[in-house]
Design a protein around this ligand. Structure first.
Ligand code: AMP
Length: 449
């Protein structure tokens, strides 16, 4: 017999995961709403061309990680690998360009990337994203970082550190790229095979390659993008850093942080959790020791590229690239699975017995039917009640009620059902009395006040 399994990198979310997902969504909603972000849900499938154009042909996501499909009608669709291009598509399609700026949107949902299977990295994963469209002010970058930071704080993360960099605007970045390529060309043969390709297609991405041999070359004197920023980009970045200091948000300059997507301009950031308390830096430092909450991780996780809790940046050219007016924008996404995994590891595993104060027992066919009907009355009165409707024996139902630490058990026998009555048994004293069914909800309400 064939045993079916969920597809590689995709998993079932059970109650013990789901309660964390819901809590994260709730916290995101509360904080995003406070800051004036409106909820948006875009479809799971989008046109492949949206990401090819938006995220970029040469990016790892588009090159290697998209789940593409062709519909019967011949449309080329893709399971969305990230949120920003979809949000921009919706912003343009729904005429949000005419709204007062910035237009602030937030979303929560699943994304799909054909990743190499590794602990903590899934092919279906969840993100909560924030996008602010229509302002080029540095204060927006700071606000986006502040909101992600606050969401993570509210979820119990303590020693957060923002890794931050500026990759300049597209115009000046081209000049930097040229210099980077001409520097790295001499080391071409020592680069990993991916970076050899990146040297042609996406040289910036070499900066955050995790292969040791590439790291060595990069850290041994590669030109740094920060030295190539124009005055405007430099001021923008300085203002963002100063605001973070004002907000007492710990940050670390990471001159090699580029984030893999083509559309980023100026500020890019990732948020990690450090194991040691961090203190506010007073000036930018180029110390780039990788931050990250890695104390609770398995050997496999420690040996792989750390996943940030959140990441994002500014994307001033994307709206125009996708057919809109020139619209500067900034946003980011929170890695929900990463957060859930960390929360779960930290929460002590104790099997909690959920107490039920009331248990409804029944004996026989008609009492079972009556019990099902009565449950609905309790639900409408918002009184929690446990049952074991599939069980027939009273003693096994009473045993279960005992296990659940029920204070009262309601018993529906054949006789009581015929007489429209029910037994109310106090489990502590063993005393019981017979009550009319129509009065039982009120009686229980009084007893459990
Ligand atoms: P990105 O969209 O790549 O900027 O990622 C934003 C956040 O989503 C990261 O910081 C991760 O926590 C999370 N993330 C990205 N890819 C995956 C994945 N394959 N599995 C789980 N989480 C992911």
């Amino acid at each position: 017999m064939v045993k079916f399994q969920s597809p590689t990198g995709m998993r079932d979310l059970l109650e013990e995961d789901f309660k964390h997902f819901q809590k994260i969504e709730r916290v995101c909603q509360e904080i995003a709403r406070f800051y004036g972000f409106k909820r948006i849900e875009t479809p799971i499938l989008e046109e492949s061309a949206l990401f090819e154009k938006g995220t970029g042909f040469s990016t790892e996501i588009v090159k290697k990680q998209m789940f593409n499909l062709e519909t019967k009608g011949g449309d080329h669709l893709v399971l969305r690998p990230e949120g920003t291009p979809s949000i921009v598509r919706a912003y343009l399609e729904k005429g949000m360009e005419s709204l007062p700026k910035p237009v602030k949107l937030w979303h929560f949902g699943p994304f799909f990337r054909h990743e190499r299977p590794q602990a903590g990295r899934y092919r279906q994963f969840y993100q909560a994203g924030l996008e602010s469209l229509g302002s080029d002010s540095w204060i927006i970058d700071s606000q986006i970082i502040q909101i992600f930071y606050n969401i993570l704080k509210s979820l119990g993360f303590k020693n957060l550190i923002v890794e931050i960099n500026s990759i300049g605007d597209s115009q000046h970045r081209a000049y930097y790229k040229k210099n980077l390529v001409s520097y790295l060309k001499d080391y071409r043969n020592s680069l990993c095979s991916d970076c050899k390709r990146r040297l042609r297609e996406n040289p910036l991405r070499i900066l955050d390659c995790k292969q040791e041999k590439c790291q060595k070359i990069i850290r041994d004197g590669t030109p740094q993008i920060i030295d190539y920023l124009c005055r405007k980009c430099n001021n923008h970045f300085k203002n963002v850093l100063e605001t973070l200091e004002e907000l007492e948000i710990s940050y670390k300059l990471n001159p090699y942080l580029v984030r893999g997507l083509d559309y980023y301009t100026r500020t890019v950031f990732e948020i990690f959790e450090e194991t040691e308390p961090t203190f506010l830096p007073t000036k930018a430092t180029s110390d780039v020791a990788k931050a990250g909450a890695r104390d609770t991780e398995s050997e496999e996780e420690k040996n792989q590229e750390p996943l940030a809790l959140a990441g994002g940046g500014r994307y001033d050219d994307l709206v125009k690239l996708l057919g809109g007016k020139e619209t500067p924008a900034c946003g980011g996404a929170l890695g929900v699975d990463r957060i859930v995994n960390l929360i779960k590891k930290r929460t002590k595993k104790t099997r909690k017995i959920i107490k039920h104060r009331i248990f409804l027992a029944q004996i026989g066919k008609f009492p079972k039917m009556k019990a099902l009907k009565l449950m609905e009355k309790f639900r409408k009165s918002e009184i929690k009640i446990a049952e074991a409707l599939d069980k027939d024996s009273l003693s096994s139902q009473l045993k279960l009620a005992d296990k659940l630490k029920a204070e009262y058990v309601l018993i529906l026998g054949q006789k009581e059902t015929l007489e429209e009555k029910i037994i109310l048994r106090n489990m502590k004293t063993g005393k019981q009395k017979i009550i009319a069914i129509k009065k039982i909800v009120g009686e229980v309400k009084k007893k459990t006040k």
